[in-house]
Ligand binder design. Sequence first.
Ligand SMILES: Nc1ncnc2c1ncn2[C@@H]1O[C@H](COP(=O)(O)OP(=O)(O)OP(=O)(O)O)[C@@H](O)[C@H]1O
Ligand SMILES: [Mg+2]
Length: 503
Amino acid sequence: MDNAGTAVAMRAVHKAFDGVEVLRDVDFEVARGEVHALAGGNGAGKSTLMKILQGVYSMDSGSIEIDGLPVRIGSIQEARAAGIGMVFQEFSLVPSLTVAQNIFLADEPRGRSGLISDREAVRRARELFAEMEVAVDPKAVVADLGTAYWQLTEIAKALSRNARTLIMDEPTASLARHETAALFDLVGRLKKRGISIIYISHRMDEIYQIADRITILRDGRHLLTEALTDVTPEQIVEGIVGKKIESQLTYRERGHDPSGEPLLEARHLRSGDRVNDVSFRLHPGEIIGLAGLMGSGRTELARALFGIDKLTGGDLYVRGRKVSIGNPQQAVSHGLALIPEDRRAQGLVLDHSVRDNLLLPLLDRTTKGPFLSARAGRRVSSELISRFGVKATHPQRPVRLLSGGNQQKVVLAKWLGTEPDVLILDEPTAGVDIGTKSEILEMIRSLADAGKGIILISSEYPELLAVSDRILVLRDGTVTDDVPRRDIADEESLQLAVQGVHS
Ligand SMILES: Nc1ncnc2c1ncn2[C@@H]1O[C@H](COP(=O)(O)OP(=O)(O)OP(=O)(O)O)[C@@H](O)[C@H]1O
Ligand SMILES: [Mg+2]
């Protein structure tokens, strides 16, 4: 980084929601052409600070300068005019339109009639992608494309509006490995063009890979800003969590009895066109890790096991008894729980309170027995909130108002509250902060130690390797490898197995 100057400066920013201060006197500066990581625990205020910069929220007090000049950002339009671009986590694209139409939506190049000229939009989109040096077909309909292309479309859209600062809020959460690598290459090229990037992530390795500096927020306050060459990962983790924590990423061999009756056994399962002949046995106390590329059928397998998608073939056994699971209620009655990947859509009723969300599966259970009294409900929910460290100012307010990571904790707490025998976790640590991540891994281990069976889907290999007793590799809906953890040498050999390269 040189002295090219300050691209964005936010000073003494204060913001409260309903009387609760979530940003207190925060200073934040980004240099021209730098990648600046914004880190902090779940609920620390990262997204809120960035929503202020984007004009989504207004601050209670404080000031913003762009390229050294004071600006007033009172709306998304004003933020755009000031050169701020956003790559949304929940994408803002219209799926039924083409890539080009999406990029120029709202300010499409107009023909003489005043209508959108599709041909002009396609031409300019091609130019943009050529400048970005990425291959995207401007005529493709967005709905037909994968997440990585949605993201590239969002970036092109921001660049078409002359964004000079791009905000990326956990951009790799839904990307495959090679897509992440491609995104990082693109970030490098944008940086060379003098574009500044504010990069929010909970993944330490990514931060070290692409960021020049890091700012850490803790509980709504600015804690530090440092060059990454001047801080160690341990210092960053301690800064984010507020205390020293032990890394949970070291593999410890755990014992379970593979000779006894399995808790869950799958024989030649089929479902839709993504699950083709999957067999496995899950024993009490065992953790099975499911590895595979995006689209390999991991999530579809989880959905089929939990009765969300229909099984079209094969048999399921719970404790040796053949069962048919036609819907999630039946799955729950057989002692299964699923923590879904898409927490917002499937895991939560966003407009209901934190408390009601926590109690939902418990209420289902109590239909046979006594109803949960209001008082018992309050007690159980506050127990879960404190056990899982959910940061919720008011348990009776909608869960939608929680930060992303805290929503994830509510999903976890909600299902663990049902005390299932078999727990299927689909990317349980996506979006949670590093402190919570190690708590979740520790929790998975202790649930297994207590005799539960766990199926863990994760795209983070270190995590899979740290907790799994066995790893199944899925490809095109079929199990291509089924290996005890101790027989996997390292991350690289797992990666090769996932890609179908065998030595
Ligand atoms: N619209 C809102 N109304 C009320 N409270 C809100 C609103 N938006 C955010 N908050 C609260 O502000 C705090 C900061 O949330 P924010 O989303 O900025 O956290 P974050 O650092 O992005 O966390 P995460 O890593 O989990 O995404 C949280 O306690 C959250 O519940
Ligand atoms: Mg956030």
